[in-house]
Write a protein that binds this ligand. Structure first.
Ligand SMILES: C[S@@+](CC[C@H](N)C(=O)[O-])C[C@H]1O[C@@H](n2cnc3c(N)ncnc32)[C@H](O)[C@@H]1O
Length: 376
């Protein structure tokens, strides 16, 4: 890298009428300009290379393909992008817990390199898989992604989304998104076919007990009742950040996942009409055991990245992200490296608790980032 003296000497060659550095003129002369300064590529170290428009890349980067400038931005602990509805959003919304593919692409860019393998053992309608494909065109390069999903309908939707999205992309003259592999079955069985150390990034969004199968109509009714505009005083007292989806502030509502209304019925009702009585402790133990097994598939330099929302339930805050992080750390050879917050500024607000008690309106999700313990 040039020292300050060099850079200032070069900058003085391209000044505007006021004597200030003229970055446009410097670019016209094909000089690399970053942050208003000319980069002297002759001064770069052997392990550094300048990438036009992106900054200086360090070949020793073991985590991702980002330049120093991009890395600085990518390590921000809050992601405050809204990711407006896109990528056949209506079709994917049938799921209810789907994640924005472009958010997944941004995370994949942060925690893997082009050509790496990404695994999502709870793939749903394929937010991670679509994100891995977006990386080819809107990121640092295509990743190969493998997903597991036990509900056939979600697999069908992933395929329909891809087909419709690619029809539209071709009509716009854009290259199609690569099809990724979505395997049908229980992740506990399917993981057996994934060779040890073959996955570079495990990116997933865990199921909450069986809440991804909660009866949608009841959710919709309760959500309507809790909306600011139609508020009539009958407060719903439970909110869940757990399944913030990617509706991005359109007409979509934040789903109130748990039936924790005044009638006190907090059993989980599944689509087949049965009640699910898995306790939180059982759920944590189940998840921790699964992540322990998944980790065998992850390469030593790899990362395990998990979406998890906290939840307000029975008048107390369920710090699920912390609970899950501790459960996973105590069982799997993983160390928590960071928690990122995805804050969706466009999320609809609801009235919970008014006027008697403070109940948070969840407009964020946590993203737990684990690295493998040494020797794992
Ligand atoms: C929170 S959703 C994931 C949504 C996903 N991120 C998306 O963008 O569509 C969790 C998914 O895990 C699936 N699932 C739950 N338990 C599973 C298991 N044991 N094996 C495979 N899939 C499972 C559920 O059917 C659900 O679709």
């Amino acid at each position: 890298m040039a020292d300050d003296g060099d850079r200032h000497r070069q900058s003085r060659l391209f000044t505007d009428e006021d004597g200030d550095f003229d970055a446009d003129r410097a670019r016209e002369e094909s000089l690399p300009v970053e942050d208003g300064e000319v980069i002297d590529t002759d001064e770069l170290a052997d392990h550094q290379r300048y990438i036009e428009g992106r900054g200086v890349y360090d070949e020793r980067n073991r985590v991702n393909d980002l330049t120093g400038k991009e890395w600085k931005f990518a390590t921000k602990s809050v992601i405050d992008e809204s990711y407006p509805p896109a990528v056949q959003h209506d079709l994917r919304s049938e799921h209810g817990g789907q994640k924005p593919p472009r958010l997944c692409a941004d995370l994949i860019d942060r925690f893997s390199k082009a050509g790496d393998t990404v695994l999502d053992p709870f793939a749903g309608v394929g937010g991670t898989l679509l994100g891995a494909s977006f990386c080819e065109h809107e990121g640092t390069g295509l990743r190969e992604a493998i997903g597991f999903e036990r509900t056939e309908r979600w697999i069908e939707i992933y395929r329909e989304v891809l087909e419709q999205e690619n029809d539209e992309r071709r009509a716009r003259g854009e290259p199609p998104l690569a099809e990724q592999e979505l395997r049908h079955g229980d992740c506990a069985d399917l993981i057996e076919d994934v060779p040890d150390d073959s996955v570079d990034l495990l990116l997933t969004d865990v199921p909450y007990w069986d809440m991804d199968e909660l009866e949608q109509t009841r959710n919709e009714r309760e959500t309507r009742e809790s909306k600011l505009g139609s508020f009539d005083g009958a407060a719903t007292t439970a909110t869940a950040g757990g399944d913030i989806d990617d509706r991005g502030g359109g007409t979509g509502d934040a789903v109130t996942d748990i039936d924790d209304t005044a009638d006190g019925d907090d059993d989980f009702e599944t689509t087949d009409g049965s009640d699910d009585h898995q306790t939180k402790a059982e759920w944590l133990a189940d998840m921790a055991g699964k992540f322990d097994r998944f980790t065998e598939a992850v390469a030593p330099d790899g990362h395990v990245v998990v979406f998890i929302g906290d939840m307000y339930r029975e008048q107390s805050y369920e710090f699920l992200s912390a609970d899950l992080a501790r459960a996973i750390e105590s069982t799997a050879p993983l160390t928590l490296a960071a928690t990122l917050i995805w804050y969706d500024p466009t999320k609809d607000l609801h009235v919970y608790g008014y006027p008697f008690s403070f109940v948070p309106s969840m407009v964020h999700q946590n993203v737990l980032v684990f690295r493998l313990e040494d020797g794992a």
